[in-house]
Design a binder for this molecule. Structure first.
Ligand code: ZN
Length: 238
C-alpha cells in the first residue's frame, strides 16, 4: 500500500468514525425525546384522573343535595292535608314551587357534570390506548437502538484498530501534515478524477502533477493551491 493510499484510507476511517458517532448521538437524542413525549402523556393522564376525581366528588355532593330537596318536597306536600284556608294553600304552593325549581336546577347541573365525566372518561380511554401504543413503540425502538448502537460501537472499535495500524505505517511528517489539514475542514487528502480538478478547492491540477498521480506513483503530490495530498481516482495510466 502506497503512503497516499494509507492517507486516503485514514481519511475514510476518520470520516466513518465521525459519522458513526453523529449517528449514535442522533439515535440517543431521538430516544430521549420519545421518552419525554411519553412522560408528558403520563402527566396528562394523571391530570385527567385528578380532574375525574374532582368531578365525581362534585356529583356526589349534588346527589346528596338533591336527596335533601326531595325530602323537603315530600314534607311540604304532606302539609296539603292540614290546610285550612286558600291563603295557606297559596303559600304552601309557593314553597313547593321554590323547592321544585331548585330541584330542577340541581338536575340540570347533575346532567352537565355527568356529561363532563363522560368526556373525561373518553379522553382517559383514548390516552390509555395511546400510552399503551407509545410504550410498546418505545420498547421496540429502544431495543432496535440498543442493537444499532452496539453495532456502531463494534464498528468503531474495528475502525480504530485499523487506524492504529495505518498510523504506524505512515511517516510522521506526512501524518502531522495530513492531520493539520484534516482538522481544518475534514479534508487532508483531495480526490482527483479524470477531469484533473482538486476535490477540495476545485483548482485545475497542472499537467505534470496529474501525470505523476495518474501513473500510480509512490510520490506524494500536493495541490498547489490548498496543499491537500492528491489522490487519483481515475484509471491508472500504465
Ligand atoms: Zn486544492
Amino acid at each position: 500500500m502506497r503512503e497516499i493510499d494509507q492517507l486516503f484510507r485514514l481519511q475514510e476511517i476518520n470520516n466513518k468514525i465521525s459519522n458513526l458517532s453523529k449517528g449514535k448521538t442522533n439515535l440517543i437524542d431521538t430516544l430521549i425525546s420519545k421518552k419525554d413525549d411519553i412522560f408528558r402523556l403520563e402527566n396528562d393522564f394523571k391530570m385527567l384522573e385528578i380532574e375525574r376525581l374532582g368531578l365525581k366528588k362534585e356529583l356526589d355532593k349534588l346527589v346528596l343535595e338533591a336527596q335533601c330537596l326531595d325530602n323537603k318536597l315530600k314534607n311540604e306536600e304532606k302539609k296539603i292535608a292540614i290546610i285550612r284556608n286558600p291563603k295557606e294553600y297559596e303559600s304552601l304552593m309557593n314553597n313547593i314551587n321554590v323547592v321544585k325549581e331548585k330541584f330542577d336546577d340541581l338536575e340540570t347541573k347533575e346532567l352537565e357534570l355527568m356529561e363532563k365525566i363522560e368526556d373525561n372518561t373518553n379522553l382517559l380511554d383514548n390516552l390509555l390506548e395511546q400510552k399503551t401504543k407509545d410504550f410498546d413503540g418505545l420498547r421496540e425502538y429502544s431495543e432496535r437502538c440498543k442493537a444499532d448502537i452496539e453495532n456502531m460501537d463494534s464498528e468503531v472499535i474495528d475502525l480504530k484498530d485499523e487506524k492504529d495500524d495505518l498510523v504506524e505505517k505512515i511517516s510522521n511528517s506526512s501524518l502531522a501534515n495530513y492531520e493539520k489539514l484534516f482538522n481544518q475542514n475534514g479534508c487532508g487528502v483531495a480526490v482527483v478524477g479524470i477531469e484533473g480538478i482538486c476535490g477540495n478547492c476545485s483548482l485545475n491540477i497542472i499537467a505534470s502533477k496529474k501525470r505523476t498521480i495518474s501513473t500510480g506513483s509512490n510520490q506524494l503530490v500536493k495541490c498547489s493551491n490548498c496543499e491537500r495530498y492528491l489522490y487519483w481516482i481515475g484509471p491508472i495510466d500504465e
